[in-house]
Design a protein around this ligand. Structure first.
Ligand code: RFL
Ligand code: PHB
Length: 390
């Protein structure tokens, strides 16, 4: 087979890139290791920045998002039995975020791809990248039991943190920056109304908790847990009891419990690989970087990378200029590092770190107190939370 751009991974990054390239008249093939159902079964992000919403609008996949997405003009931070509302709208000249699950974004992009007759190879096994240091790269895989070779001009590695793309780059060509946090998040999805119409980020001496949602009838809750937490020891009752202990009493009283329809532990990590281009191979999304979920940035960054990369490739094919692809790495990294900083900052402010001394605990308290007191500090938080410009 031959295509102009071979995209590895049908997560939000690969699907947004595929849709943007199709819109620009560039031929692309998406190659995914898992089945479509498996990809849709992963419960992940829930908060879209305005820039991400606008990317989906430009792609014409906004119908369900507009009908079912929940605009949020603010959220609360609970800290040491105090509550602070971050009024995103007034702090950012009217910007909001939209609560709409990553599963739904993926679903909409998959449907649009199928409707446009664009192909995705699901359940592609043993995907391997070849000759990406040259201008004639290729990909091999096994599909429906048949060996397949795809020749292309470029490879977009959108295959997530554990994908094959970054792993195919010689270690010596890659600089890696990493912080692994000594805890995880235990998440529960349940068909119960959320305890509050807005998100609540709670810092508590027992550990962090987050109240989020997917709709007004489906809640998503997280609590900070051990990195090697044993899921089987967490009954639904134990989870909700622990969640309520970490919330302020009014919010706790409003928590409606119900059977978990999903329960999982996610590790927390900050990670960046540099650069994002190796000859004909580009890395984008979680394949290139990871943020801890506290700032709700991972999905949005993945869509931002896809946007930059699509623009670069459009310049290459449409204007015969290599400026875009030459600058993709630096341009994307500039924004990525700011989201890394913000996610690290929010994680550091709100979690309980066992190794913290009394000094660091006081620093967290002073940071929160400064947020309460300073509109400028809240503005900086809000500016980052709604998303820095693309
Ligand atoms: P994905 O979604 O991991 O997709 C990568 C795809 O590549 C496939 N793949 C391969 N395909 C072919 N060959 C191979 N060898 C392959 N290896 C892997 C995989 O099967 C998969 O389909 O990466 P992408 O597209 O870069 O998207 C990134 C986002 O998924 C991620 O950043 C977010 O989910 C992070 N995240 C959040 N981000 C937000 O913006 N807002 C949030 O509120 C938010 N909450 C979260 C999150 C992530 C979480 N977890 C579980 C890590 C909450 C949680 C709990
Ligand atoms: C979610 O709804 O899954 C969610 C929301 C906000 C975050 C992280 C996850 O910061």
């Amino acid at each position: 087979m031959r295509t102009q751009v071979a995209i590895i991974g049908a997560g939000p990054c690969g699907l947004v890139l595929g849709a943007m390239l199709a819109k620009a008249g560039i031929d692309a093939l998406v190659i995914e290791r898992k089945s479509a159902a498996y990809v849709l079964g992963r419960i992940r992000a829930g908060v879209l920045e305005q820039g991400s919403v606008s990317i989906l609008e430009q792609l014409g996949v906004q119908a369900r998002l507009n009908a079912e997405g929940l605009p949020h003009g603010g959220f609360a931070i609970n800290f040491a039995h105090r509550s602070l509302r971050i009024d995103l709208e007034s702090l950012t000249d009217g910007k909001k975020v939209t609560v709409y699950g990553q599963t739904e974004v993926t679903h909409d992009l998959m449907d649009a791809r199928a409707a446009a007759g664009l192909s995705t190879l699901y359940e592609a096994e043993d995907v391997a990248l070849h000759d990406f240091a040259t201008a004639t790269p290729s990909i091999t895989c096994t599909h429906n039991g048949q060996p397949l070779r795809i020749d292309c001009d470029f490879i977009a590695g959108c295959d997530g943190f554990h994908g094959i793309s970054r792993a195919s780059v010689p270690k010596t060509a890659l600089q890696e920056f990493e912080r692994v946090y000594p805890f995880g998040w235990l998440g529960v999805l349940a068909d119960v109304p959320p305890c509050d119409p807005e998100l609540i980020y709670a810092s508590h001496e027992r550990g962090f908790a987050l109240c989020s949602m997917r709709s007004m009838t489906r809640s998503r809750y997280y609590i900070q847990c051990a990195i090697d937490e044993d899921l089987s020891s967490w009954s639904d009752t134990r989870f909700f009891d622990e969640l309520r202990r970490r919330l302020d009493p009014e919010a706790a009283a409003r928590v409606v419990t119900g059977p978990a329809i999903e329960k999982s532990v996610a590790p927390l990590r900050s990670y960046v690989a540099e650069p994002l281009r190796f000859g004909s191979l580009f890395l984008a999304g979680d394949a290139a970087h990871i943020v801890p979920p506290t700032g709700a940035k991972g999905l949005n960054l993945a869509m931002g990378d896809a946007f930059y990369l699509a623009e670069a490739l459009r310049e290459h094919y449409g204007e015969r200029s290599s400026a875009g692809i030459d600058h993709y790495s630096a341009r994307a990294l500039e924004r990525i590092w700011k989201a890394e900083r913000f996610s690290w900052w929010m994680t550091s402010l709100l979690h309980k770190f066992d190794q913290h001394t009394a000094f660091e605990t006081r620093m967290q308290a002073a940071e929160f107190s400064f947020l309460e007191q300073s509109r400028a500090a809240r503005m900086a938080l809000a500016e980052n939370y709604v998303g820095l410009p693309l």
